[in-house]
Write a protein of this length. Structure first.
Length: 377
């Protein structure tokens, strides 16, 4: 059954048509307006834990549903299989899908990498652009371990994960950039929560035969109202690459397994069985915070999770509030946390991979938060 809807936002109207959905539209996403002349609207996922707080078990359910569709629609992917999640929004989603793929299939011949906008002391393997993004440049680093580099040389399948696709241009750019480094590649699969490409055959531009998997398929269009759009600030700075002087490999240099010690970390945080938590990831650092939040919820606690963003979004629609603060990665551009508020009795834990003291005190004070460092001192 086709669903059509028009959502009026500051700056214009989003017109959508849903053709197929494994989960209801209102369960998966809502909409807001960007402060971005390249694209006037933002699809706000309700199961991603980024712009809106989400419960870890709901996030995991969406991941499992998407992974099951990969196993069904792109069955028998020849191995080894390389999974790549797109920064910053789909790092956690990508890593969760990679993890679920291994759990559900029992396969061990997989490797996960995520794109990044951070400069580290490692070899850059490829770069590509995300044309509509506030931060267009992506880097992909060569795997750290020889076994992982060999797996890439032998990989026959590539799975690209993003939260949503509108035109497919970004995924094509990524595939074309990474394909020369996968000499044995035979197949490509794209996996998204929502595919708004309206069945556009962007797969034809892929360097290898490709198939698309998603939880929702449809079409989307933005109708600017012109007058309101002129009120968008023109001085919003474009996000730059960050510089990390110390780095722990949580996914930028290739991983196959979960990080160690998350369950102990969760147990150490618990003070009382009635503890309630808001776990906040920072920028690209979202996979370990999600695992922490998931462990706390499995232990019986009331837990929500979300993450900071470098993407400027206008208030209205799905965005009810915005905190603005300095980027802990040191790019000098503003960062944001949307739809977050101090709540009586809920402990706020800001998780970060950047050095101790790098979280802006303005964010800590606004939420009366605790900071939890995951790096190496």
């Amino acid at each position: 059954m086709t669903i059509k809807r028009a959502i009026t936002l500051s700056g214009g109207t989003v017109e959508i048509e849903v053709c197929d959905a494994a989960l209801p539209l209102d369960h998966l996403c809502a909409f807001a307006a960007r402060n971005n002349a390249k694209r006037g609207f933002l699809i706000v996922s309700k199961v991603l834990g980024r712009h809106m707080p989400a419960r870890p078990l709901q996030m995991q359910a969406a991941v499992d549903a998407l992974t099951s569709r990969i196993l069904l629609q792109a069955r028998d992917l020849p191995g080894p299989v390389v999974f790549i999640g797109l920064a910053e929004t789909a790092v956690c989603l990508g890593q969760s899908v990679h993890d679920a793929f291994g759990q559900l299939s029992g396969r061990k011949d997989t490797l996960f990498l995520h794109t990044t906008r951070q400069t580290i002391d490692a070899k850059v393997m490829a770069t590509f652009t995300e044309p509509h993004s506030h931060a267009a440049m992506h880097l992909i680093y060569a795997p750290e371990l020889e076994t992982h580099r060999r797996l890439m040389q032998e990989a026959r399948s590539l799975v690209l994960i993003d939260d949503e696709v509108s035109t497919g241009v970004t995924l094509v750019n990524l595939a074309q950039a990474i394909e020369p480094h996968l000499p044995s590649l035979e197949r490509i699969c794209t996996a998204t929560l929502a595919d708004w490409s309206n069945a556009a055959d962007y797969s034809a531009a892929m360097p290898k035969p490709a198939e698309a998997v998603s939880l929702l398929e449809g079409a989307i269009a933005w109708r600017s109202n012109g007058e309101a759009q002129s009120t968008v600030p023109t001085t919003v700075p474009v996000a730059a690459l960050g510089l990390m002087t110390s780095h722990v490999n949580f996914g930028r240099l290739g991983v196959q397994a979960r990080p160690q010690g998350i369950d102990k970390l969760a147990a150490d945080l618990i003070r009382d069985q009635d503890d309630r938590f808001l776990i906040i990831g920072t920028g690209e650092f979202t996979w370990p915070p999600f695992l922490l939040a998931h462990a706390l919820e499995l232990a019986g606690h009331d837990v929500t999770m979300q993450a900071t963003s470098c993407s400027p979004v206008r208030l209205g629609g799905a965005i009810g509030s915005a905190l603005t603060f300095e980027d802990n990665y040191g790019t000098g551009v503003p960062n944001y946390l949307y739809n977050a508020r101090r709540e009586e009795g809920r402990r706020v834990i800001i998780c970060h991979e950047t050095p101790v003291g790098s979280i802006d005190p303005a964010l800590v004070d606004a939420l009366d938060a605790e900071c939890l460092f995951f790096g190496v001192t």
